[in-house]
Write a protein that binds this ligand. Structure first.
Ligand SMILES: C[S@@+](CC[C@H](N)C(=O)[O-])C[C@H]1O[C@@H](n2cnc3c(N)ncnc32)[C@H](O)[C@@H]1O
Length: 350
């Protein structure tokens, strides 16, 4: 898995009503401590930033050069006249820390009171799930939850489009394994005529989505094994990002059959498998996969809040072509094309 650059800005990840000014603090690796080249932009606007020594961080990561970073921002001043049109799904702060060739974006949710204070009558604040729900679906890069979700949503949309399933037509779309609705909150504002549904086993994530994203889609909890609470042949398109990468083989087959049941004939399922070069897979997994094409890593770390069956599954392309063509035509398998870590799989229901 590609590691984020060694740089951080500290939480809080939500700016409350009173935070008209805020001091961003953190540290970053630099090429040269004596001539650091550190920048900070807030939603594209350059912010004044100061650097200072952080020997204790440098001692923690021997061999790298480090500078502390501090920037106090008056938001009304810095963001005056900013184009708010892009914030269709709701506004949030994107702070991009740059250091020589490195850069990383950190997201800060804002409260409705913060929006009124800084912009007066502006767009709404973006609904962002609490940090532990972000971490549950997006791993350690919690500060980039929306950004990585936007990128994945755009990619899924482009893949569906290329296969003849343009969202512009306004269809019935399911996000299976939607978590707290990250993809739907990226797609729904762009496609108001699509009826989005989200299903997940994670009751806490679904409760959050039902409360925060009700105008974007209909969210429901589903059991660990089928059925889903939908009638036969209702969906034109199903997205399922990074779900089959976490299921044992018997669950996988049960869910492939169930997704087929709720898809219309000829409709499309876009899902993903792990790319072996993006993950540090243990030798025994690669050996097992060399034998059968499938490996389930049942001693991989558990994920807080999810059931113990939820570990890591690895599939070879050949396995997918042979075993997933049960009621589906395997249209295409991508190469390292989703979230920097996964390969897309496009299945057409026959
Ligand atoms: C890595 S997360 C990805 C979440 C979401 N697709 C996204 O990209 O933001 C995997 C999700 O799959 C869900 N999941 C795993 N097995 C499932 C199942 N059998 N039915 C529904 N959801 C499942 C988990 O609860 C979790 O929310």
């Amino acid at each position: 898995m590609s590691l984020p650059h060694l740089m951080t800005l500290d939480p809080p990840y939500e700016l409350g009503d009173e935070a008209a000014t805020f001091t961003f603090g953190g540290w970053t690796e630099v090429d040269d401590e004596d001539a650091p080249n550190v920048t900070l932009t807030i939603n594209g606007r350059p912010a004044p930033v100061q650097v200072y020594p952080r020997p204790q961080v440098r001692n923690h990561f021997p061999g790298i050069q480090v500078r502390g970073v501090i920037a106090t921002v008056d938001f009304a001043d810095l963001l005056a006249g900013i184009d708010l049109q892009q914030a269709r799904g709701g506004f949030l702060i994107e702070a991009e820390l740059g250091s020589d060739h490195r850069s990383r974006v950190f997201e800060y949710a804002v409260s409705p009171g913060w929006m009124r204070r800084v912009f007066g009558d502006g767009p709404r604040a973006r609904a962002v799930p609490p940090a532990h729900l972000q971490i549950r679906v997006a791993g350690a890069a919690a500060g980039e939850y929306n950004r990585t979700g936007e990128a994945a949503a755009k990619r899924l949309e482009a893949l569906a489009d290329a296969a003849g399933f343009s969202l512009a037509r306004g269809q019935n779309v399911l996000d299976f394994g939607c978590g707290p609705g990250r993809l739907i909150s990226a797609l729904a504002p762009r496609h108001p005529s699509v009826r989005f549904h989200g299903a997940d086993i994670d009751a806490e994530a679904i409760a959050w989505a039902q409360a925060a994203l009700a105008d974007f889609g209909a969210f429901t909890v589903n059991p660990h094994l089928p059925p889903l609470p939908y009638a036969d042949e209702v969906f034109d398109l199903i997205f399922s990002l990074s779900t089959f990468t976490h299921m044992p083989e018997d669950h996988q087959f049960a869910w492939l059959d169930e997704l087929r049941r709720v898809l219309k004939p000829g409709a499309l399922l876009v899902t993903t498998i792990m790319n072996p070069f993006a993950y540090d897979l243990p030798a025994k997994i690669m050996e097992q996969a060399a034998d059968t094409g499938f490996a389930y890593w049942d001693d991989a770390a558990e994920t807080e809040g999810l059931p113990s069956f939820y570990r890591l599954a690895y599939h070879t392309h050949d396995y997918v072509r042979r075993h997933w063509a049960r009621g589906f035509e395997v249209l295409a398998i991508g190469g390292h094309d989703l979230n920097d870590t996964q390969d897309s799989v496009l299945l057409r229901r026959v």
